[in-house]
Design a protein around this ligand. Structure first.
Ligand SMILES: Nc1ncnc2c1ncn2[C@@H]1O[C@H](COP(=O)(O)OP(=O)(O)O)[C@@H](O)[C@H]1O
Ligand SMILES: [Mg+2]
Length: 291
C-alpha cells in the first residue's frame, strides 16, 4: 500500500510542449536560460524554440494541475480507507475488551487478548491520522505556543538524550497568544520531531526550534541536521502514505498538514541532502474580537 520512493521513474521527464514522457537523454534537446529541455520529436523542439516562455508557463500550469488532482485523489482514497476501517475496528476493540474483562485473572489467554487490544489501538491511532480536520472539529483555546513546545520537549527529552541529539531552543519571549487545539498541535509537533530523530543518523545531531512573530502570524521553525530530502521527493512528503521508511506508514506529515491548515496556518519545508531539513509553520495570531 505504501507509495515507495522507487515507484517513480527517475529517467523520464515531460516534454514541455506535448506533455509526453520522454527519456532524460532524448536526442531532441534545447537549452533555455541554462536549463536543459528534452522533447519527443523535432517538431516539439522547434515549437518550443519559437516560444520558450509560453511553453514553460504552460508546463508549470500543467504540473500544478496534475499535482492538485493527485493530492485530491489521494485524500479521497484516505477518506474512504478511514471510513471502511473505522467501524470494524471499533467493534473488534470493543468485543476484545469485553472478552478480556470476562476472563479470570490467571487465564493464559489474557495475554493474547491484551495483544489484540494493543494492536487495535495502534490501528485506531493510524486511522485517526488519516482523518481530515475541519476547523470546527478543533477544540481551540488561547495558548502560548512556547509552552506547548516545552510540553512536547518534555516528552521527547529521553528520546533526544538516548539519540545524542543536542536541542537548541530559541523561543521568543512574550509571544502573543494563539488559538490552538493543543492536543492536535502537540501531536503535529511530535510527528515532526520524530521524523528529525529518524533522519539524524550521522555524528552531528542538532535540532533547533525557534519561535517568532512575523506580521499577523506566529512562526515556528524546526531545523535538523539529518540526511535531508532529495529534491525529487520533497513535493510528496505531505502525501498520505508517502514514506521512505520500511515501517512507514507515511501518515505523519499528512496529519501535520491537515492540523496546521485546519488552524488557518501553513507549513513549508526546505531541505538539503546531507545537511538537513527545516520546517516552517505559520499560525495566525488571535484577532482582537476572538475570545
Ligand atoms: N526531518 C526529515 N528529514 C529527512 N526526511 C524527512 C524528514 N521529515 C520527513 N521526511 C521524509 O518524509 C517522509 C514522510 O514522512 P511522514 O509522513 O512522517 O511518514 P513516515 O515517517 O511514516 O515515513 C519520510 O519517510 C521521510 O522520507
Ligand atoms: Mg513520520
Amino acid at each position: 500500500m505504501k507509495i515507495l520512493e522507487d515507484d517513480r521513474d527517475k529517467n523520464k521527464r515531460a516534454d514541455p510542449v506535448c506533455g509526453m514522457l520522454v527519456d532524460k537523454d532524448s536526442p531532441f534537446s534545447s537549452e533555455y536560460q541554462k536549463k536543459d529541455y528534452r522533447f519527443c520529436s523535432e517538431k516539439c523542439k522547434s515549437l518550443f524554440e519559437q516560444e520558450p516562455e509560453l511553453f514553460i508557463s504552460m508546463q508549470d500550469a500543467r504540473e500544478k494541475f496534475i499535482e492538485s488532482k493527485r493530492t485530491e485523489a489521494l485524500k479521497k482514497m484516505a477518506d474512504q480507507l478511514t471510513h471502511e476501517i473505522r467501524n470494524p475496528l471499533t467493534s473488534i476493540g470493543g468485543f476484545a475488551r469485553r472478552m478480556l474483562k470476562g476472563l479470570p485473572e490467571d487465564a493464559s489467554d489474557r495475554k493474547y487478548m491484551e495483544r489484540v487490544i494493543e494492536d487495535v489501538e495502534r490501528l485506531e491511532q493510524m486511522v485517526n491520522r488519516l482523518v481530515r480536520f475541519e476547523p470546527d472539529q478543533l477544540t481551540r483555546e488561547s495558548s502560548n505556543i512556547n509552552k506547548v513546545i516545552s510540553e512536547v520537549m518534555e516528552v521527547f527529552d529521553e528520546i533526544f538524550r538516548n539519540n545524542k541529539i543536542t536541542v537548541r531552543l530559541h523561543l521568543q519571549e512574550k509571544l502573543p497568544p494563539v488559538l490552538l487545539d493543543r492536543g492536535k498541535i502537540k501531536s503535529a509537533l511530535s510527528n515532526i520531531f520524530k521524523n528529525s530523530v529518524d533522519a539524524m543518523d550521522k555524528e552531528h545531531r542538532v535540532l533547533e526550534i525557534k519561535t517568532s512573530v512575523a506580521g499577523k502570524q506566529i512562526v515556528v521553525t524546526i531545523s535538523d541536521t539529518g540526511k535531508g530530502i532529495p529534491e525529487e521527493k520533497i513535493k510528496y512528503i505531505f502525501d498520505p502514505l508517502f514514506t521512505s521508511k520500511v515501517y512507514g506508514p507515511g501518515l505523519g506529515l499528512a496529519f501535520v498538514k491537515e492540523v496546521i491548515q485546519a488552524h488557518g496556518g501553513t507549513i513549508e519545508v526546505k531541505s538539503t541532502v546531507g545537511k538537513g531539513t527545516t520546517f516552517k509553520i505559520k499560525l495566525p495570531l488571535r484577532r482582537r474580537h476572538e475570545s
